[in-house]
Design a protein around this ligand. Structure first.
Ligand code: FB9
Length: 505
């Protein structure tokens, strides 16, 4: 549609209503036909005039019938029943069905004969031949179907029963046409006032702004999408978790090193060297550099004793030989607890001795797991830990409840569990308001004395800790059911771009 056409249609629409306050265009369909322009273009112009309240439109729905392809053939060749009748000779010798089919083809006979019987144009004669029926007198019959179809073609409206019959015979199809009744709008004028979209310096210089008409400010219009980066949903949730944990007085641990020694990832946590998680089925070991170079030697000796005999922790240890080379194996950390152990060792041996600490970590950990919709070989572990004197299980339950309350989980249950480095240990379950079910939301425990004492922490210092993933809450928050959509090459970037802000309050 050229601008010219649009303008022509615009002027025609406005002119059509210039007659008076109550002038109207009864149906844009007829109007467009009269204008000789496509109805869609008329509607296009109508909508833009309506946007400026120059016109008002009311939806119209008109249903009417058009002749179908089948119907077209009836108009050209006559209805099947008429064609059958014309093949049935007047008189008693009639014609056999086979003869009819030979003449007209099975499908015409199938439809036509049925209709002929119904109209009593044709009847069964002696021996089953087909003869003219009561209403089938020669020349007395009018091809009603054909005539009706011609009416439809001529735009005439049919009686309901007629329409129903023709529709049932698929000779016509029902069409619903959408169009509009148009009346004047609140700011109707015979011609549209060209509204200025902006105030230019030229207009200011010339003063033409004084009598110019300006477009209304459309405060609802969406601004141009500004490009720029988007935080991945995981990082949005991480930001919220960080804020919450820092608000709870926790300090973030330095987790920017994915490769750890088995010593810090397992041995310092008193995880036995025979533990199944320490073989390649569960852990990614580094080929080069395969072994860690240095350890705090005195501490390593104490760890060795503790594993072998319990050392001076009051424990019996694991009663088997502890191998330095096993502890030296480098790996991709399987949990950020590997960093917690180093931080605890550091505060146990810092200047001025032990001071109570609250630490948290949120970073990637790697486990050689079978991948499924909720598990990849890597995920982000969220861990919180408090080291202080005479802490008890109640303190752990308390801090866990505080944390999860802040992320929207208010009903929490604990189930006894086992971790090699915590005793007692508890799995954490929460009733998830969106999922409307109890779900496992994490794990926790009190670090064993066999882990803490070798580090040099005072006897009355207890360390409570808990952990969860970042992926699970993010998937729930953003309604992502398959972790592969959240992370990795299948992740839908647009979803990341349009992911709403993460709020837990
Ligand atoms: O995140 C987990 N579930 C979860 C968490 C939050 C949530 O929704 C929030 C409210 C919005 C929904 C679900 N889990 C832990 C539970 C399960 O998903 C579990 O099947 C998978 N777990 C991971 C490990 O999988 C092998 C989640 C991951 C996990 C498990 C344990 C720890 C950390 C992460 C830990 C620990 C720990 C224990 C003691 C001391 C220190 C750390």
């Amino acid at each position: 549609m050229t601008a010219g056409d649009a303008e022509a249609i615009e002027h025609a629409l406005l002119d059509a209503l210039s007659a008076g306050e109550n002038a109207e265009i009864a149906d844009t369909w007829g109007f467009a036909e009269a204008m000789g322009c496509p109805h869609t273009e008329t509607v296009g112009v109508l909508i833009s005039l309506e946007a400026e309240e120059m016109l008002k439109s009311k939806k119209l729905e008109t249903t009417y019938f058009v002749v179908s392809a089948e119907g077209q053939r009836v108009i050209e060749e006559g209805s099947p029943e008429m064609r059958v009748l014309e093949c049935v000779p007047v008189g008693s010798d009639g014609i056999s069905k086979a003869g009819l089919e030979a003449a007209l083809g099975a499908d015409v006979v199938k439809i036509g004969l049925g209709q002929c019987m119904k109209n009593k144009w044709v009847a069964k004669g002696e021996g089953g031949v087909l003869v003219r029926g009561a209403n089938g007198g020669d020349g007395a019959v009018e091809d009603a179907a054909k005539e009706l179809l011609k009416k439809v073609e001529g735009g005439e409206t049919l009686g309901d029963q007629q329409a129903k019959d023709l529709k049932r015979r698929k000779l016509v199809t029902q069409v619903t046409r959408k169009s509009f009744k148009v009346t004047r709008g609140g700011s109707y004028a015979v011609r549209r006032v060209k509204r200025q979209a902006e105030l230019t310096k030229e207009m200011l210089a010339s003063g033409s702004w004084k009598d110019a008409a300006f477009k209304e400010y459309n405060f609802k219009t969406l601004g141009a999408p500004c490009g720029g980066g988007n935080l991945h949903p995981l990082l949005k949730v991480r930001t919220e978790f960080r804020k919450i944990l820092m608000f709870m007085g926790f300090e973030e641990m330095p987790t920017n090193r994915w490769v750890e020694s088995s010593f810090w990832n397992f041995d310092s946590l008193f995880q036995p060297q025979s533990h199944p998680a320490r073989d390649a089925h569960d852990t990614f070991f580094i080929k080069d550099p395969a072994s860690a170079l240095s350890f705090p030697e005195n501490y390593l000796e104490v760890v060795k004793d503790t594993h072998e005999t319990g050392g001076s922790t009051g424990s019996v240890g694991y009663g088997c030989e502890w191998k330095r080379e096993e502890a030296s194996k480098n790996l991709l950390r399987t949990h950020t607890t590997a960093v917690s152990s180093q931080m605890l060792h550091r505060i146990a041996n810092q200047e001025g001795g032990f001071t109570p600490k609250r630490y948290f970590s949120i970073d990637r950990v790697f486990r050689n797991e079978t991948m499924d919709a909720t598990h990849l070989c890597e995920f982000h572990q969220v861990e919180g830990m408090i080291a202080d004197r005479n802490l008890c299980l109640g303190d752990l339950i308390g801090v866990i409840k505080t944390f999860f309350h802040k992320i929207g989980i208010t009903q929490i249950r604990f189930k006894p569990a086992y971790n090699p480095y915590t005793e007692p240990s508890m799995e954490i379950f929460g009733y998830h308001p969106d999922l409307k079910k109890w779900t496992e939301i994490g794990n926790s425990g009190m670090f064993r004395p066999e882990m803490l004492l070798p580090m040099g922490l005072p006897k009355d210092v207890r360390v409570i800790a808990w952990g969860l993933s970042l992926e699970r809450p993010t998937m729930i928050k953003y309604g992502i059911t398959n972790i592969r959509e959240l992370f990795g090459h299948k992740a839908d970037l647009n979803r990341t771009k349009t992911a709403p802000v993460c709020r837990f309050d």
